[in-house]
Design a protein around this ligand. Structure first.
Ligand code: NAP
Length: 295
């Protein structure tokens, strides 16, 4: 009888994390999941990501900013898959606290327990945005991972369908403020398609894996698609980049954490984000599913 390999999934309640739980289970892994609130994974997420409570083998309740909750997390684990991150403002913690120090705590345990592979989710185009706090923290961690002595892979997705879901929510309200002229391109990826790439990375030999989805759009085209899915006439107001950057500086005076997170969103609109294409799921269908769920 073959014994199932054990994977630890962090960020298992997030958009990518839930699809990763499903994808690792589909491949026959034993899944240990780190979550802060197990009730959250009893129902589907905001963007259709699955409820995974019933398919997880072992739930550990913990928070990476509280080291005492992480004791024994990697004991008996073969693979670590880290998809946790600070993606919305937190009054108490910065990206450095979560994306660097938090992930580092997991890495230290993985080293001590001699796990056989560590898969980490960072971002695409990191070299073009080195000063952005979220990117800095992710890449500080990547530097530690590379010198950890463990076998590793870094997944570099360009943008998730869940992020494009923000355009959908704005389109539903009838109006979108677009920063810049929206002409930069992106091929975002569905969480389920990305999760398959992440699971395949366990047995692959690639170390850095940039990932995008099957369709390339300008940011303006994704907004038009969102309006179309909600059955509304596109109403988009262009805000010049200098105004958005000025707004960020002012926000930073009052709320540093919020400004740090928003700086990623603003900076990202200055470049194309076209990454190697994976997967079969289309943004148009995703928006149609969001629209159907509302009615
Ligand atoms: N979204 C994108 O387009 C994109 C693109 C490239 C890379 N990434 C990176 O991919 C990763 C996953 O993104 P996502 O969109 O799936 O994020 P998400 O849906 O916001 O999920 C984040 C996950 O991290 C967990 N988490 C946050 N702080 C934590 C803490 N202190 N202790 C334990 N868990 C904590 C969250 O738990 P709770 O559910 O309890 O909040 C959640 O499970 C992130 O590192 C992100 O930077 C995202």
């Amino acid at each position: 009888m073959t014994v199932a390999k054990k994977v630890l999934i962090t960020g298992a309640s997030g958009y990518l994390g839930r699809y990763a739980v499903q994808a690792f289970k589909d491949k026959g892994y034993y899944v240990r999941a780190l979550v802060r609130n197990p009730d959250k994974i009893k129902t589907p997420g905001l963007h259709g990501e699955p409820a995974v409570f019933d398919i997880i083998d072992e739930i550990v309740i913990g928070d990476v900013t509280s080291p005492e909750t992480l004791t024994g997390l990697c004991k008996g684990i073969d693979i670590v898959f880290c998809a946790l991150g600070l993606t919305s403002p937190d009054a108490r913690h910065t990206s450095y606290d979560v994306d660097y120090l938090g992930n580092k705590r997991i890495l230290d345990q993985a080293i001590a327990e001699h796990v056989s592979r560590f898969i980490y989710v960072s971002v695409f185009n990191q070299d073009k945005m080195p000063g952005i706090p979220t990117i800095k923290s992710h890449e500080l961690f990547v530097a530690d991972l590379k010198t950890s002595g463990l076998s590793w892979a870094v997944i570099r997705p360009n943008g998730y369908f869940s992020d494009m879901g923000r355009f959908f929510s704005m389109a539903e309200s009838g109006h979108i403020f677009m920063i810049g002229d929206g002409d930069k391109k992106i091929n975002p990826v569905h969480g389920a398609d990305l999760a398959r790439v992440c699971v395949d990375a366990v047995d692959g030999d690639k170390r850095e894996i940039p990932v995008g989805g099957p369709d390339i759009f300008t940011f303006k085209e994704t907004m038009d698609l969102a309006f179309h899915a909600c059955g509304k006439t596109p109403w988009i107001t262009e805000l010049p980049m200098w105004l958005a950057e000025g707004g960020l500086m002012i926000t930073g005076l009052f709320n540093r954490n919020l400004a740090d997170l928003l700086s990623f969103a603003v900076e990202a609109l200055k470049f194309d984000h076209v990454a190697p294409a994976y997967g079969t799921r289309h943004l148009k269908d995703f928006f149609a599913e969001l629209a159907a769920a509302k009615h």
